[in-house]
Design a protein around this ligand. Structure first.
Ligand code: FRU
Length: 489
């Protein structure tokens, strides 16, 4: 097949995108300030890059329906990480190596080279002998139209590794060479494989970057490797690793051998909906992370992708997070500061919430809001603080901070007619005199950031316009707020 057929596949996808976009744009289920597709289905963020003065985001995309199917790459640009302009579909399945109904142009990443924008993605196909995944290149002169390279696939699975679960290349540069970190899984063991290239076209297998004995899942999806401060960070989404679905390791890179040496480990987000994270560095030198706010069928709490398919769309990204390295080699993820520009009128709470009392608060927009608060732990005597969010008609979503046991819990059993589940994680308060807290709510999501982003928990809910009240409860004592403000968004 030739590039013409790619053009034809793109044209067809474009027609569908444009035909449905206006209708889907009006549905009330849409997120207000989280990145999402115009219509159709999206999953992983792909090819995030700051290129020629703009943020370019690509994403796993099916323009033909609100469910996962043959994967395309959607594309949008932004000047400020808040307002997005959708661009033509960037990649569509069209070649023998990426054209399959249950395959397509799978996840990957972007890099700038000699003024051009390069995408490295996984071509996933099946010619009748099982899944074959290999890494493929596409190039753009203008940052909008992409041509698949004639050499494709440019990276195939090296002996003795299987080509069945070999995907999601993440590009980076080091010492004048390009590197690609690819996810791999075989025999119940997930790993990341490292490749190098002088020109993005000719690749050499370097080494197994990292692997485990299976305790970190059977396949590492969407690995990312990036420098942060003096260290390197490896992140990935392990398949079938119990409650784990987005993890990080902080350590050092041995570039001689092509091996990552991990030292500390943690969860990027402890919630239900945070997967396939990818980072990029922007012009300000920040490391920004995006992730898909949804779940796959094999996750323990999976119960469908939510009801928004009825409105012709499904999938969005979590709030973008800036990644910071703490002194103890753990990570903190905080919502990017750009989000503050969306805040409308604030509502503040009085500093003291007496024991066993509930304070009701309103936000200018009852669904899309931003709470920024801080608990004075020295003066607070409460055992627990419970946020009752999106209340109405007997429904509510609960975020509980257990100060005595040091735990954060999200319960969405009664959030709406659809969601369910409770997840809980450690909230390390020992020695802390204050507990900074941020809660971002949008039409279909609640994201909690505790201790300046050391502990994050994200979950989707599908509460409606009737769930428009909020309160916070002090249990077993009084809560003293150092500050408490809630803004509409
Ligand atoms: C992760 C993932 C990737 C794959 C893509 C397919 O969510 O399974 O491993 O490339 O989604 O859409």
């Amino acid at each position: 097949m030739t590039a013409i057929s790619h053009e034809a596949a793109l044209k067809r996808a474009e027609e569908r995108r444009l035909a449905e976009a206006a209708k889907t744009a009006l549905t009330p289920s849409r997120q207000k300030y989280h990145f999402m597709p115009q219509q159709g289905w999206m999953n992983d963020p792909n090819g995030l890059i700051y290129f020629r003065g703009q943020y370019h985001f690509f994403y796993q995309y099916n323009p033909y329906g609100a469910f996962w199917d043959a994967m395309h790459w959607g594309h949008a640009v932004s000047d400020d990480l808040l307002h997005w302009r959708y661009l033509p579909v960037a990649l569509a399945p069209s070649e023998p190596y990426d054209d399959h109904p249950k395959g397509g142009c799978f996840s990957g990443s972007a890099i700038e080279h000699e003024g051009k924008l390069y995408l490295l993605y996984t071509g996933s196909t099946d010619e009748g002998h099982g899944t074959v995944q290999a890494q493929c290149l596409a190039v753009s002169e203008d940052g909008v139209h992409f041509i698949k390279a004639a050499e494709n696939p440019v990276i195939t699975a090296p002996e003795p590794y299987s080509h069945e679960a070999f995907r999601d290349p993440k590009l980076l540069r080091h010492n004048g060479l390009f590197y690609a970190v690819c996810g791999h899984g075989e025999g119940g063991r997930g790993r990341a494989l490292l490749f190098s290239s002088p020109d993005l076209r000719r690749w050499r297998f370097v080494n197994v970057l990292a692997q485990s004995r299976g305790e970190w899942g059977g396949m590492w999806e969407c690995p990312d490797l990036f420098p942060l401060g003096e260290r390197y960070v490896l992140t990935f989404s392990p398949m079938n690793a119990g409650d784990r679905k987005a993890v990080y390791f902080v350590g050092d890179m041995d570039w001689e051998r092509g091996v990552f040496e991990p030292q500390t480990q943690g969860e990027l987000d402890w919630g239900f909906d945070f997967y396939a994270a990818q980072t990029f560095a922007d012009a300000q030198g920040r490391r920004v992370m995006a992730a898909w706010a949804n779940e796959w069928q094999w996750m323990p709490w999976f119960k469908g992708w939510g009801p928004t398919w009825r409105d012709g769309w499904c999938g969005f990204l979590n709030a973008l997070r800036e990644v910071r390295l703490n002194e103890d080699n753990t990570l903190s993820l905080s919502p990017v500061r750009e989000l503050q520009a969306l805040r409308t009128a604030a509502m503040t709470l009085t500093p003291l919430l007496d024991g066993d009392r509930v304070a009701v608060f309103e936000t200018p927009d009852p669904m899309a809001f931003d709470i920024d608060a801080c608990v004075d732990l020295e003066k607070t005597t409460a055992e627990r603080i419970v946020f009752h969010l999106r209340q109405g008609e007997g429904r509510e979503t609960l975020i509980t901070l257990d100060l005595r046991r040091g735990r954060l819990t999200m319960n969405r059993d009664n959030a709406d007619a659809y969601s369910e589940g409770e997840l809980s994680c450690p909230l390390p308060l020992k020695g802390a005199s204050r507990l900074p807290l941020r809660i971002l709510s949008d039409v279909c999501s609640v994201e909690t950031f505790a201790l300046d982003g050391r502990v994050c928990m994200s979950g989707n809910i599908y509460a409606g316009a009737a769930q428009n009240r909020h309160s916070v409860e002090a249990v077993g004592g009084a809560v003293v707020w150092e500050s408490f403000a809630a803004w509409g968004m």
